[in-house]
Design a protein around this ligand. Sequence first.
Ligand code: SF4
Length: 214
Amino acid sequence: MTYYLISLTNRCNKSCDYCVVKRWRNNPDYPDRITAEDVIAFLGKELKENDIVELTGGEPTLFEGLTDVLDCIHGKNAKTILRTNGLRLGEWRKKYGSMIVILAKHDSGAEYMNERKKLLSSCDLVEDDPSKIISSDSAKPDFKVDEASPANWHKIDRTFFVTADGNLRFMPCSERSWGNIIGLRYEREQHLCFEMHKCPYMLGAWNLAARLSA
Ligand code: SF4
């Protein structure tokens, strides 16, 4: 099973202090380069049934062609995790039964959140306490076993991390580039990491994907 973490865009309509992509966010030195066609070509080559694809940013609903990417994942019977502040979340969410939306409040007001919650499905998750977010652009996420994330193991044995410029790495903690998904110019070797089964990104994704069958 493979886990894909894809940062579709560096653009965002918000400017949270704790943002993990603060350095790249809305920064003209780091423009978006991947298109929906690039992502679909990459996933078309690599994605298998039951794999997990986490789409993030920036704000992923600002990515042109987001629903084309979702259609591609849906067509492969893989699972999607979409992390959003809800900007362009719409009725279209209900079309994707194999998707979990993580709706984060950030500095949005109660009225905005109540409207966005009407668009969610039962498996979706609302993160409405920004004070619990402790990440910074130098910190790795923590993984805590709790009611929302009960499993402390996962079955993921391969990962890809793609940034908005198409650069492909093992995970955000890895500096080594495997190439670029634009034009499918990358190495495809199995990358081993001795801490993989404790990796907070993959544990988080595994627990989120479990919400689909709960
Ligand atoms: S909404 Fe997300 S991507 Fe945008 S600034 Fe806040 S933490 Fe960063």
